[in-house]
Design a binder for this molecule. Structure first.
Ligand code: NAD
Ligand code: WQD
Length: 337
């Protein structure tokens, strides 16, 4: 299949491009490189032996998209492009709505003009807001209690896709609700490359291990969880990449939302312990206040992905930590190394 990948130079996009190419698909990436490096795609090309054409453009630029779609004639699109920092979205809500929502509308308009009807969208477990029951399945309420603009953009984009799917046109949409992506490709050649101080736990810990940051702040140890620290569902980015492949190859008419996680909850201290085991180094840490907006625990019911596509996460937390640590050690300055 010819697959247009927006945001394909980013963390999840680059790993997914690699998997798509390994599976025999052809890709064309549109990315403005606002949070990524073209080096990621050069490395994907080296790892796979396949070309990874890149058009550097903002997805909101419909004229460029029109041209790419005319020339590449994609049969499907995976839409990763967007802004993803929860804290930044609170400070710059308009920018988040403009980039995330407008880019999706522009993309859909171009797809409609060219009769490209299959789209896999990067959504997030954040659409569930404060989870009522755990594990969270896809029938859980969405849109209630979302604590930040970033999460609300994901929620409204899902609503937009649902509205289009209800029209007469033959749209095929899968919204993948990622839990917490972690890890890197086992080669150590591509991985997560945050531009500033990381907001997320795993890249923060690897930078502490590497000595780039002094110590980890554990945001609260008084939650009602086994060890008092926050519990999340950490899914290896290569499992996530496989889920995109499965979604793409099994898309059905209409709109469907599918969780992508492992189904297992891991606490902050358990993740830290796994990093200590794989690195053989201690992680200096200090317990601080809870981070505003954080929930105590969040992990997925993953039975739908298994039922629909036979997809299930296969990497352990140790593998994810080992791969993230290898990436950090081999590329101390990320793609600038
Ligand atoms: P990322 O920032 O590494 O990748 C996003 C890519 O989109 C980057 O390469 C960036 O340069 C590009 N981009 C941003 N705005 C663009 C625009 N207007 N036009 C063209 N390109 C643009 O992030 P990621 O972690 O790979 O996330 C990919 C997607 O998955 C995002 O939509 C994100 O919201 C979603 N998601 C991520 C996580 C996570 O924890 N990483 C969790 C749930 C959902
Ligand atoms: C995980 C756990 C923190 C950093 C976010 C977004 C979500 C999705 C994934 C995009 C929590 C604790 C963290 C630190 C800590 N992104 N923590 N010290 O908040 O579950 O999800 O990223 O869609 O939308 O909200 O991930 O990695 O930030 O935090 O103690 O320095 O680690 O409190 O319990 P989160 P995270």
């Amino acid at each position: 299949m010819r697959v247009l990948v927006t945001g394909g130079a980013g963390y999840i996009g680059s790993h997914t491009c690699l998997r798509l190419l390994e599976a025999g698909h052809e890709v064309h990436v549109v990315d403005d490189l606002s949070n990524s490096s073209r080096v990621a795609l050069e490395r994907v090309a080296t790892l796979t032996g396949c070309a990874v054409p890149l058009t550097v453009a903002d997805v909101r630029d419909e004229s460029v998209l029109d041209q790419v779609v005319t020339e590449f004639a994609p049969e499907a699109v995976i839409h990763f492009a967007g802004l993803k920092s929860v804290g930044e979205s609170v400070a710059q809500p308009l920018r988040y709505w403009q980039v995330n929502v407008d880019s999706t509308m522009a993309l859909l308009a171009v797809m409609e003009r060219h009769d490209v009807r299959r789209l896999v969208f990067s959504s997030s477990a954040t659409v569930y807001g404060t989870p009522g029951a755990l594990p969270i399945d896809e029938t859980a309420p969405v849109g209630v209690g979302i604590s930040n603009p970033y999460g609300r953009t994901k929620f409204v984009i899902e609503q937009l896709l649902e509205d289009l799917a209800l029209s007469d046109a033959p749209w095929e949409f899968v919204s993948l609700r990622y839990f917490n992506p972690v890890g890197a490709h086992a080669s150590g050649r591509i991985g997560e490359d945050p531009r500033n101080i990381p907001n997320n736990l795993a890249p923060y810990v690897t930078q502490v291990l590497a000595g780039r940051l002094e110590e980890l702040s554990v945001f609260g140890d008084d939650y009602g969880t086994a060890d008092g620290t926050g519990v999340r569902d950490y899914v290896h980015v290569m499992d996530l990449a496989d889920a995109h492949l499965a979604a793409l190859e099994n898309c059905a008419p209409g709109f469907d939302a599918v969780n992508v996680g492992t189904g297992r909850g891991t606490s902050v201290l358990e993740l830290v312990a796994a990093f200590e085991r794989v690195s053989g180094r201690p992680v200096p840490l200090r317990v601080t206040e809870r981070r505003p907006g954080d929930v105590a625990a969040c992990y997925a019911d993953v039975s739908k992905a298994r039922r629909l596509w036979g997809w299930t996460a296969s990497h352990s937390i140790e593998e994810a930590c080992a791969d993230a640590w290898r990436w950090q050690q081999d590329n101390p300055q990320g793609f600038l190394s």
